[in-house]
Design a protein around this ligand. Sequence first.
Ligand SMILES: [Ca+2]
Ligand SMILES: [Ca+2]
Length: 115
Amino acid sequence: MDGKMSAPTQLQSAMEGLIEVFHSYSGKEGDKYKLSKAELKSLLQGELAGFLSASNDPLVVEKIMSDLDENKDGEVDFQEFVVLVAALTVACNEFFVDSIKSEEGKDGGSGCKTK
Ligand SMILES: [Ca+2]
Ligand SMILES: [Ca+2]
């Protein structure tokens, strides 16, 4: 701790963004610090629409919910949420690396776009 107010790094900004996104959805109803199923659904639709539409499964939200809800309290807390983000980030990275390998940076590998 040097007490200096330095500009956040890219990673710090990403982490803050993650926290802000989580709380902007988790605060809508019930427990302010947890996502209910409805909140999780609106987060997925609002922030990860490409990911949702890549799956034609109408029960995808239910499945994600039950996968994430480690402690089975029917809600997704931040710790459970980051597991999803981490898993998606890993998947995105694979996609990113693949696109670099196959196209040698043709479109810059703009990340997690679903086809
Ligand atoms: Ca909530
Ligand atoms: Ca939970």
